[in-house]
Design a protein around this ligand. Structure first.
Ligand SMILES: Cc1cc2nc3c(=O)[nH]c(=O)nc-3n(C[C@H](O)[C@H](O)[C@H](O)COP(=O)(O)O)c2cc1C
Ligand SMILES: Nc1ncnc2c1ncn2[C@@H]1O[C@H](COP(=O)(O)OP(=O)(O)OP(=O)(O)O)[C@@H](O)[C@H]1O
Length: 315
């Protein structure tokens, strides 16, 4: 899969494709259904498939303080799109100028002049352009004039509600990992590189791996039973994700994992953390001793859980 950043980096060989547009945060089962259709159309027409995404996502541009947390990093999104058989990702900078494009200008600039789109696949509720008039009917009309076809994918529902990134966030906030997995079509996970922490954890008696989080907002906080994959091997553990109110922090969220009975050095390595169950909310403790007592209890709870339910027997 090829990644092209910005219209100016498109080359003549990128013209003529089947495309879809959206945030694709989490690449959930609704997204997967659209991507399957995209793949089918690409094969039928003998053209490459292209997904147009935005960085930042439009809501992050318009309302940076209230935009929801991302479910996945850009890098994860690209990996997931590649796994869905996408040939090309066009990543457009959503900036002031871009936000002012009308639906017609968007079609001309991106779809016609940029990509030479022959077929467009969209969700039934898809809308775009500063005037928000860029919906399915509009696209069909313009497509007929400018020489591309448009198809609206049927809404993917699970248990009677539409699958959406928003719904996955709600499931995560409620620590409903079974529902999140159902919506995503895979368990919810966060991956990142292991960084050096403040080395306080050792003092607290519980060594932790600090996983780099690049964003200021996370879709879940608290203490969780987790499993972590390192170099293809899976370890049971317990993790805290949050701002660590008991220690002078930088106000940014941190993900710290204590892997049970693990002793290796994993600084700099990539860790993938799967969340299984919430133990408690993150708390502000008055002293390090109180924090240590709570963490010891979390580790004991994790030990008991993973003893009763070893990882390889988990459904
Ligand atoms: C299982 C577990 C639970 C934790 N719970 C909390 C908590 O409730 N409140 C808090 O402020 N920090 C909590 N922490 C984070 C600790 O404050 C953190 O591990 C400690 O500051 C060490 O940081 P360092 O690795 O950067 O040295 C928790 C950590 C772990 C591993
Ligand atoms: N459940 C679904 N069924 C069919 N199409 C969907 C579904 N969810 C999203 N899509 C479509 O996938 C494309 C990308 O969706 P996008 O990521 O922008 O929205 P979303 O998943 O609904 O997220 P949010 O909850 O943030 O609105 C759009 O064309 C959208 O209409």
């Amino acid at each position: 899969m090829q990644l092209v950043r910005g219209l100016h980096n498109l080359r003549p060989q990128h013209r003529g494709c089947v495309a879809t547009i959206g945030n694709f945060d989490g690449v959930h089962r609704g997204h997967q259904a659209i991507l399957a259709r995209l793949r089918e159309r690409a094969v039928e027409l003998g053209l490459p498939s292209c997904v147009v995404i935005f960085e930042p996502q439009p809501r992050e541009f318009f309302a940076p303080d209230t935009a929801p947390a991302r479910l996945a990093r850009l890098r994860d999104k690209l990996d997931l799109l590649a796994a869905e058989g996408v040939d090309l990702v066009l990543c457009l900078a959503f900036n002031q100028r871009f936000s002012k494009l009308s639906a017609s200008e968007f079609v001309d600039t991106v779809l016609i002049d940029g990509l030479g789109v022959k077929h467009l696949e969209v969700g039934d509720d898809f809308r775009f352009g500063c005037d928000r008039i860029g919906d399915f009917d509009f696209l069909q009309k313009v497509g007929a004039e400018k020489g591309f076809t448009v198809e609206a994918a049927q809404t993917v529902e699970i248990d009677g509600f539409r699958v959406s990134s928003t719904k996955v966030r709600t499931a995560l906030a409620a620590a409903d990992f079974t529902l999140a997995e159902h919506l995503l079509g895979r368990p919810f996970e966060i991956s990142g590189r292991v960084l050096h922490g403040q080395k306080l954890a050792r003092q607290l008696g519980t060594p932790t791996a600090n996983v780099q989080l690049k964003r200021r907002r996370v879709p879940l906080t608290g203490v969780y039973l987790v499993s972590a994959q390192i170099d293809g091997k899976v370890w049971p553990g317990v993790a805290n994700i949050g701002v660590r109110p008991s220690v002078a922090g930088d106000g940014r969220p941190h993900l710290e994992i204590h892997l049970l009975d693990f002793t290796g050095d994993i600084y700099g390595r990539r860790l993938t953390v799967v969340f299984h169950q919430k133990l408690r909310d993150e708390q502000r403790f008055a002293s390090l001793e109180a924090l240590k007592t709570a963490i010891d209890a979390d580790v004991a709870a994790a030990r008991a859980h993973w003893h009763d339910q070893p990882l390889n027997f988990r459904a």
